[in-house]
Structures are given as C-alpha cells and as structure tokens.
Design a protein around this ligand. Structure first.
Ligand SMILES: Nc1ncnc2c1ncn2[C@@H]1O[C@H](COP(=O)(O)OP(=O)(O)OP(=O)(O)O)[C@@H](O)[C@H]1O
Ligand SMILES: [Mg+2]
Ligand SMILES: [Zn+2]
Length: 525
C-alpha cells in the first residue's frame, strides 16, 4: 500500500504547515475570485499537488464553488482518482515540448465537460522547453474562459519571469519536524503500527521537511519491523551513525588524541556507513554539543558541552559546515574526513590560548592595552614554568598551568614562560599607538560584546577591527565568519553606540583578518 497517497489530505484544513497558502485559496473560493494562473513553489513532498487537487475540487464540486469540497460527489471522486476529464494533470518533466503544450491548448479550447472549470495542473513546470514556455505564455496572455492553470515547481528560478509575472504565486514551506512527527503518529495510529516516540522523532528529522518522505519512511520501517518500530532499529535502517560514536570522537578530539580519533573513524566506516552519513551525523552532533553547552536542551552531549568554552565549540561547527559543503564534491571523501578531524585534534584549545595570553597580561578578546592583572596574578612570579599535562586538563584546574597542545608540547622540557611569551605566543605586545582612544573604544566594545554574546566575541577575535571617524570596519578572511558578523551587524551597531556614545557605520569586509591570529592552526592548515 502507498501510505502517502492514502493519507493525502481531503480538506484544506488537513494540509499541515501551509496555512499561508490555504487561507488565501479558501478565501478566493469563498469569494469566487479565481485567477487564470497559479504558481506553487516549494520543496518536494510538502503539499503542492495536494493543494492543486483540493483547489480543483473546490472549483468543480457539485455543491458549487466552495472552500470545502464535499469529497463524495462524482466530480470530487473523479478528481481524487485522477479520472476527471476537466482536471488534467501533466508532468512537465516528461511532457517538455511544444507539441504537448499545443495539445493542451487544443483541449482548453472547448468548454468543460462536467464541471465549471477546466484545470490544467502542470507539475515540474520548470522542465518545459523554451518553445513550450513561449506557447504557454501566449495562452496565459489570452486565456480562454473558465480555464485555470496551476503550475507547480521545486525550482521557481528556472521558470521564466514572463510566466511567473502572469501567475499568482504561492511559496510552500518545508514542513516542521513537529508537524511531521504529529502526522506520523496519527498515520501510525490509524494503521495500527506501533512506533516508539523516539523513533517518531528520528523519522521526522530524517524527512527533512518533506511530509511525503516522513510518511513513506514510516511505511518502509513498518514493513521491515513488522509493525513495531523501535528507535534502535531506526538508526540502522536510516543509515544514521549512532550518537555514541560522536561522543567518543569528540572526547578523543578534545584530548588531542589524533590516533584514537582516526581509529574511531575507521570503526564507523567498517560498520558500513558512508562518509556522507558520517558527515550528517557529525553536523547533528556538533549542533547538539553547542546546544548542550548553552543549556538549550538536554542530550547525551550535556556533560561534554558544559566542560567546553564557546571557543572550543566554534571549530566543531566550522568543520561540520566545511564537511557538509565538500563531502559530495571530493573524489576521496575519506581523505577529507581524516584531514578535517586532524585539524580538530591539532587545534590548540581556545582555553589554553586564552590562558597563556591572560598570563602575559593580555586578553584574547581585547585589542587595546594590557588588562589589569588581578591581585592573585600580581602575586605570582613574573617568570614561571608551564607544566603540561597530556590529559587535556584545563588551565586553572591543574596545579601550575594548562595543557598546550600541538607545537607547544615541546615546552614540556621546561622552557621558561618568558621565552614562550617571546617565541610562541602569537600575539604581539600592544604598541604605543594602540593605546589610543580608538584602541580603548574597541576594547570596551569587544568587552561588552563578550559579555552578551560570547559566540560572536569568539568570532570577532578573528577580525581586524578599526574605528576611523564614524566608521567601524571589521575585516575577516573567512566567509563563514563574515556571514556570522554580518548577521549580528545590528547588535554590533547598537553596542557600539552604547559604548562609544555615537552612532557608527558598520562595515564588514573580506580582509586579512586579525593580524595576531588567535587560532593559527585552524586557518593555516
Ligand atoms: N502539507 C501537507 N499536509 C499533509 N500531508 C502532506 C502535506 N504535504 C505532503 N503531504 C503528504 O505527502 C503526500 C505527497 O504530497 P504532494 O504530492 O502534495 O507533494 P508535492 O509538494 O506535490 O511534492 P512534489 O514536488 O514531489 O510533487 C500527500 O499525499 C500527503 O500524504
Ligand atoms: Mg507534486
Ligand atoms: Zn464534491
């Protein structure tokens, strides 16, 4: 049986998540204000064809034009079973040419057979040839009476503007996970399928906004699991890499244990998962880690998330994004995975760097003059030895200092702190000019931002920030960071006004970024 078809909504009010569309169409039917052409855009499986058929039924129901078709009259039943002579559905993908459009034009020349309107539904309309579009355009310019065109497409940009401008356009949206889950529960109940709540959530997430995919997945799983769907079975069937792998992988990364991280990757691949499946799970796990860190929701990442700083999390998100955009295009996806995971294990922890800098009297997030030392720090000897732990112990928790990963490991042999400061710390001492007013302003600004939005402050640490006159310029190298900063432009403007006391024009541009890169490995590699 085909559950998505069986559960096609029969009333506008049963269509989930597209109220902005159904409300308008219902009103048009109620007022009998019918346009000649409609364009339905949106991703796959979100209700475009369903709504097109509902609208056709509303136009031709024997009850009269109605927002609530009866679903029992002959016209309604014929439309439901695709037998109506007045409602013609064509698939633009397989009827692309001018001849097909001509034969449609032939058909619409005559009055409708039974109903009031002839409705032509053209699915995947963007697939038509240029010639076919031209012919269609002619008909739209001088439409025969009582003809309604409903065109549906997943790729509206490929439909010529001349056509689009002659239609009333409705953009269908991806359906939310919540609504998909709700529908899955309902269909399962009606079909006598037992499905664990966690499994419902997983199916809904996997459907990625398509209700059809959600219901189809439910159906497949029900067949496989003999009508009793367990959460544990779902992962395997959907090719979802279990979360516990990522927990272990993240632990290995945070301990800078490259070998173990690569071994965990091997293990996942040996289970038969594809790099794409790994990447998908990695993205979800990183997102969960971030959410757990901010206490947004509980998950198996809660404990780990609380141990980390904002700066530790950013690289995970960044690598997740890199992987997502590249994994499909590389000829050697496994190499890409190894490379990105190594980047993470070799990256110095943000905490560690911040700590080194703090000890040198310099705050990571500040550009201006050295921070005042706390009384405690003042008491410490100015030259001290760093102790290094291999366990990734956080500075402050250890007795004498913090772990410094990567190249700095050589310091285990005990090079004095003073020397680290000269040679290893990637930040230069603030120069005299920097102790100018603008330096102070920037310091103040980044400070305030750090308090209210540490994530943004973490990104601003990569930026070169300049205030000249009434212009505040932020330049960064990385497009992702640029997007993030742009996204927060209003917030930065507001804070700048607050701190500096005058309105500034914010410019975000691609540049060389912060001259003293706080995250050298990540950007250099
Ligand atoms: N918004 C929705 N509310 C309820 N059910 C829906 C919705 N969208 C899709 N469905 C379910 O999915 C099935 C397929 O939907 P439909 O054919 O309308 O999708 P579509 O948007 O036309 O997709 P495509 O672009 O692939 O043609 C429906 O029969 C129904 O079971
Ligand atoms: Mg469709
Ligand atoms: Zn009817």
């Amino acid at each position: 049986m085909n559950l998505p078809v069986k559960y096609r909504p029969k009333l506008f009010d049963e269509v989930l998540g597209q109220e902005h569309v159904t409300r308008t169409l219902k009103n048009a039917l109620k007022k009998k204000e019918i346009s000649t052409a409609y364009l339905f855009t949106g991703p796959r499986g979100v209700g475009k064809t369903t709504v097109a058929r509902l609208f056709s039924k509303g136009l031709n129901c024997e009850k009269g034009i109605t927002p609530e078709p009866c679903n029992v009259c002959q016209s309604c039943r014929e439309i439901d079973s695709s037998r109506s002579l007045d409602v013609i559905e064509v698939d633009g993908a397989s009827n692309r040419g001018i001849d097909q459009i001509r034969s449609l034009q032939e058909k619409v020349r005559f009055a409708p057979q039974r109903g009031r309107y002839r409705v032509i539904i053209i699915d995947e309309v963007h697939m038509l040839t240029q010639e076919a579009f031209n012919a269609l355009l002619k008909t739209l310019e001088e439409p025969p009476p009582n003809v309604v065109f409903i065109m549906a497409t997943t790729e509206p940009r490929k439909v010529p503007e001349t056509i689009v401008s002659r239609t009333q356009r409705f953009d269908f949206r991806p359906v939310s996970e919540e609504l998909i889950a709700q529908r899955i529960r309902k269909v399962a109940e009606l079909e006598g399928i037992s499905v664990e709540e966690e499994a419902v959530q997983k199916i809904a997430r996997h459907a990625e906004g398509s209700l059809r995919d959600g219901i189809a997945l439910l159906e497949q799983l029900a067949v496989y699991a003999e009508n009793s769907i367990k959460s544990s079975g779902v992962d395997h069937l959907l090719g979802v890499v279990e979360e516990s792998y990522y927990l272990r992988l993240f632990e290995a990364i945070l301990e800078r244990n490259t070998l173990r991280a690569i071994e965990i990757l091997d293990e996942i691949m040996a289970k038969g998962y594809s790099p794409q499946q790994f990447v998908r799970g990695f993205g979800e796990a990183s997102e969960k880690l971030m959410r757990a860190h901010y206490g947004l929701e509980g998950s198996s990442f809660s404990e780990l998330g609380k141990r980390l700083t904002d700066g530790d999390i950013i690289p995970f998100l960044r690598v997740a994004l890199d992987l997502q955009s590249n994994v499909r295009y590389t000829s050697n996806p496994r190499l890409l995975l190894d490379y990105q995971i190594m980047r993470l294990t070799l990256l110095p922890s943000a905490v560690d760097i911040a700590e080194i800098l703090r000890k040198s009297g310099y705050n990571v997030f500040e550009r201006g003059p050295a921070m005042k030392l706390t009384a405690e720090e003042e008491r410490r000897p100015q030259v001290e030895k760093f102790a290094f732990s291999e366990t990734g112990e956080k500075p402050g928790e250890g007795k004498t200092g913090g772990a410094i990963p990567g190249e700095l490991q050589s310091e285990e042999r005990g090079i004095p702190y003073e020397k680290i400061r000269e040679e290893q710390v990637p930040f230069a001492e603030p120069s005299i000019e920097e102790k100018t007013q603008s330096g102070d302003e920037i310091t103040g600004l980044t400070h305030v931002i750090e308090k209210e939005n540490p994530l943004l402050a973490g990104i601003l640490a990569y930026a070169r920030i300049e205030i000249k006159g009434d212009d505040l310029t932020l330049s960064v190298q990385d497009p992702f960071q640029m997007d993030m900063i742009k996204h927060h432009e209003d917030f930065i403007r507001e804070k700048a006004k607050e701190v500096i006391g005058r309105p500034l024009t914010i410019r975000v541009e691609k540049g060389e970024g912060h001259r003293d890169e706080p995250d050298p490995l990540l950007l250099r590699l």
